[in-house]
Design a protein around this ligand. Structure first.
Ligand code: AHR
Length: 497
């Protein structure tokens, strides 16, 4: 099998917004307690944050982290999480049916984000609450001082405002499972009025309105159209969420699922532009894919977890090698849509459907999906180029014309480096690849990183990193042409300079 690709400096999609390499920490399972925060751990710093976890987050170079939910935010009182820790209430957390101790809240998370070199993307509760709680929280986090909420922040030991720039107007409000679930009309109006009030508090913020929870929702894409019809002029982004799984053990079909993501992005983009046309607006709404990942391995075991405990091991998917391939393809899909997808959050970051795992009072380690996420985040900054790909295709149960090769290319103008990301989805055959690099005269191969494994179901554990990348890829440069034999079912990062 052969594939031919052209990568040209002139075929530009857009500058990559680094926030597409964002992630997510929800008060759920062991993401916060036992994940980022564990005061009794030997690696804990003076604030109780695990330094080993911070180091792994830094390796990923995560630019922004969504917080505090997720479903959890829809019944959350942010006031419970500020002020002296000993006074904070223990509450029933309704989304995941656990006990929330509130030992971590807004200020602690802002501290953690600083230490992890990342920004906060804050979500407000539009389930049980509304305009008032949202504008008060914003005054607490962003107003310099001299008012009730900003002075309360100061009295809690935070003299300087946190200046949080990106705000989500609720979470998955289209989902019947959401506490305070709303019809598109109800939500659209509430989002519009909340956005208006929040902008009055701080006009410099950026706002994300909720779209659909996944492409299978019966209200998709009408929910987007209706909520934007109300809130179009008040918001900047619309959110998309999507998780995939290989429940029927059909890997060819599973690896094609980023085509569904591609379709989702195109549909939401069109919906935004339809409302733009309808309103004769000059403004363009961009996309925030603020929850995405593989999520299915832990579904069964989660049913057995007792309710009302503190930080139980919920949503602890153990990722295998094929999951890393689909994650790589999803990241490629974002790069292919760099003109409209400006933010994306891998859901989530630690322990809960996460690239980073921890043991309570023990080690931390990297899941298989850590690697494609790290490679794209570290090397995928610059201008997204549109590779022209001629590759063989296949049909699977749900998809037709699935290219065996997925690829994206990023040109970093500052360092003058080019990185090509590629997945070979063929289950049995390698693909002989030639890349025409016509506009990159004189470029040499720097590195060909490969993630491969004969066992699609191989997983990593604290003891054994079975799935990890090597740098012995066989790519060669010959007279402006890059040649490689791309192994079956592999993730590849080819770097040139
Ligand atoms: O990330 C896990 C959950 O998935 C989030 O809380 C929710 O928004 C989504 O349904």
């Amino acid at each position: 099998l052969k594939a031919k690709v052209i990568v040209d400096k002139d075929y530009q999609i857009a500058k990559v917004d680094e926030r597409i390499y964002g992630s997510f920490i929800e008060h759920l399972g062991r993401a916060v307690y036992g994940g980022i925060y564990e005061p009794e751990h030997p690696e804990a710093d003076e604030n109780g944050f695990r330094k080993d976890v911070i180091e792994l987050v830094k390796e990923l170079q995560v630019p922004i982290v969504r917080y505090p939910g997720g479903n959890m935010v829809s019944a959350y009182n942010w006031e419970d999480g500020v002020g002296p820790k000993e006074d904070r209430p223990r509450r029933l957390e309704l989304a995941w049916r656990t006990i929330e101790t509130n030992q971590v809240g807004t200020n602690e998370f802002a501290d953690w984000a600083k230490k992890a070199n990342t920004e906060v993307m804050m979500a407000v509760n539009l389930g049980t609450r509304g305009i008032d709680a949202a504008r008060n929280l914003l005054e607490y986090t962003n107003h310099p001082g001299g008012t009730y909420w900003s002075d309360l922040r100061k009295s809690h030991g935070y003299e300087q405002p946190h200046n949080i720039k990106t705000w989500c107007l609720g979470n998955e409000m289209d989902g019947p499972w959401q506490v305070g679930h709303k019809t598109a009309h109800e939500y659209g109006r509430l989002a519009q009025e909340t956005a208006k009030a929040m902008r009055l508090v701080d006009p410099s913020i950026e706002l994300v309105v909720c779209g659909s929870s996944n492409t299978g929702m019966p209200t998709f894409p009408e929910y987007e159209a209706t909520s934007l019809d109300h809130a179009y002029e008040e918001v900047d982004y619309i959110s998309l969420h999507q998780y995939y799984g290989n429940r029927t053990n059909d890997t060819a079909n599973y690896l094609a699922k980023n085509l569904d993501m591609d379709h989702f992005i195109k549909t939401v983009t069109s919906t935004c532009d339809y409302i733009k046309a309808k309103k004769r607006s000059k403004k363009t709404i961009n996309l925030s894919f603020d929850e995405w990942n593989v999520w299915y391995h832990s579904n069964q075991q989660d049913k057995e977890i007792e309710p009302w405990t503190v930080a139980p091991p919920q949503l602890e998917d153990q990722y295998n090698f094929e999951d890393a391939l689909l994650v790589g393809s999803m990241l490629i899909t974002f790069l292919q849509h760099a003109d409209r997808v400006k933010m994306a959050c891998m859901a989530q970051l630690v322990n809960v459907i996460a690239p980073i795992m921890t043991e309570n009072n023990g080690r931390s380690w990297k899941q298989t999906i850590f690697y494609p996420y790290m490679h794209t985040s570290v090397f995928g900054r610059g201008i997204a180029l549109k590779p022209i790909v001629h590759a063989p295709k296949y049909d699977s149960k749900d998809f037709t014309d699935v290219p065996y090769i997925d690829s994206a290319a990023v040109y970093n103008e500052e360092t003058e480096e080019v990185t090509i990301f590629m997945v070979n989805k063929h289950l049995t055959d390698s693909i002989s690849l030639s890349v025409d690099l016509r506009s990159f005269e004189g470029y040499e191969l720097d590195q060909h990183i490969v993630l491969e494994n004969d066992d699609l179901k191989a997983v990593n554990t604290a003891d054994n990193q079975k799935v990890k990348p090597h740098t012995n890829g066989n790519a060669k440069m010959d007279n402006g042409m890059l040649e490689a034999n791309v192994s079956k079912t592999s993730w590849n990062v080819i770097r040139l300079k």
